[in-house]
Design a protein around this ligand. Structure first.
Ligand SMILES: NC(=O)c1ccc[n+]([C@@H]2O[C@H](COP(=O)([O-])OP(=O)(O)OC[C@H]3O[C@@H](n4cnc5c(N)ncnc54)[C@H](OP(=O)(O)O)[C@@H]3O)[C@@H](O)[C@H]2O)c1
Length: 358
């Protein structure tokens, strides 16, 4: 397909990409809306059109239409609490793997649930899609944290793309910078504040809220994972630093390899005392390369206010790369929401449509 895509791009011929979506929750629906909002930009600036030929969910059924689903109708159905089955053409499907194999699509865009301790079921979805010669874009950290090397090799073997920009810091181009801009560079250390829930809780503790009040506040604004311990005990942060270490530093870590301490037990009095002393407590994710081996950790750290990572509050996140060429490079992302995550997936889709598969 790569040669065909390059040929079409050179000739200015519009490329049409058929998309199957796995998951139609906050991110999946934000992606659908973003695709609708960017139809003209995709066509005019990238010679790219698309059809969404299928959508799969866990409890709302699935719909496949080889001629393309009406996205407004799918959004209206799900938001009214109706199943998608009414829009389905063809035989009923048993499960999501059957959907991946059946739905006529060039690209699978995946935003389902993650078990951070196993990376499943999304890792199996990635295997099924890439093995069947479909490009795979995911917002889900699981496949990358647990099977990055295997899935990248599978994508190469099958001549398809495997991209996952939204897995760390939503749509901020953290992985894209590693891939496109940090060329001929050794990344020696990555440090980040990468989990929104814990950063929000720590900010609220500094403001005087109790731990339970701060967690309740995070739940109210919708940033907490279904199981709050995933965030509070540092699992989500561990999965993210593994993604960065494996993709940008060439490590081969799994989340269980991360030396991990969460924020449970930190009190408002402690957070306020640290602030009065001119520092802030942050849940810092770190990957360091020493003597050829990469080690990763997640732990609460007292940071001086001069450290850019200390400056991110609420649900913002930040990452600092230390390299042999650029000494310190920090990226900060604020005001995240499902659309910022969907944006990273859109960028991945455009890159694939442009024939960039790695
Ligand atoms: N929310 C964010 O801003 C954000 C940011 C970065 C990354 N992510 C990642 O993006 C993914 C989706 O997040 P979200 O906030 O959109 O979650 P969500 O609102 O809970 O939506 C998850 C969707 O996946 C579906 N689903 C779950 N298991 C499935 C299965 N086995 N097969 C098919 N569909 C399945 C659910 O179906 P039902 O509708 O039937 O429940 C739902 O439609 C997660 O991996 C998350 O970690 C999210």
């Amino acid at each position: 397909m790569l040669n065909e895509v390059l040929f079409r791009l050179e000739k200015g011929i519009t490329v049409r990409i058929d998309i199957a979506m796995l998951g139609y929750g906050k991110v999946g629906r934000a992606l659908a809306r973003l695709l609708l909002r960017k139809v003209d930009v995709l066509r005019d600036q990238y010679d790219l059109t698309f059809r969404v030929t299928g959508i799969a969910t866990r409890s709302r059924g699935c719909a496949i239409n080889p001629a393309g689903l009406d996205l407004d109708a799918t959004l209206a159905a799900v938001e009214a609490g109706d199943p998608l089955d009414g829009l389905h053409q063809g035989d009923p499907l048993d499960d999501t793997i059957a959907f991946i194999k059946t739905c006529p699509a060039d690209l699978i865009m995946e935003a389902t649930w993650l078990n951070p301790r196993t990376g499943q079921p999304a890792t199996d979805y990635a295997r099924a899609a890439l093995g069947a010669g479909r490009h795979f874009v995911t917002a889900n950290k699981g496949p990358v944290a647990f099977a990055y090397r295997e899935l990248s090799a599978l994508a190469r073997q099958n001549g398809v793309g495997f991209f996952f920009e939204s897995t760390v810091m939503d749509g901020a181009p953290v992985l894209g910078i590693g891939r496109e801009a940090l060329l001929a560079t050794t990344v020696r250390r990555i440090r980040g504040v990468l989990n929104s829930t814990t950063n929000y809780v720590l900010t609220r503790l500094e403001e005087g809220a109790s731990f339970d009040e701060a967690v309740a506040g995070a739940r109210e604004i919708g940033v907490v994972e279904a199981d709050p311990s995933t965030d509070l005990e540092g699992w989500d942060a561990a999965v993210k630093i593994v993604v960065l270490a494996n993709v940008i530093m060439g490590a081969d870590l799994r989340p269980g390899d991360v030396d991990r301490t969460g924020i449970t037990g930190i009190t408002s009095a402690e957070a306020r005392a640290v602030l009065q002393a001119g520092e802030r407590i942050k849940l810092v994710c770190e990957a360091v390369c020493t003597e050829g081996a990469v080690r990763a950790s997640v732990r609460p750290v007292r940071l001086p206010l001069s450290d850019p990572l200390s400056q991110v509050s609420q649900t913002s996140s930040a990452v600092t790369f230390e390299t042999d060429t650029l000494h310190h490079l920090t990226m900060i992302e604020g005001n995240t929401d499902p659309t910022t995550t969907a944006y990273g997936m859109l960028v991945d889709m455009i890159n694939i449509a442009r024939g960039r598969y790695t």
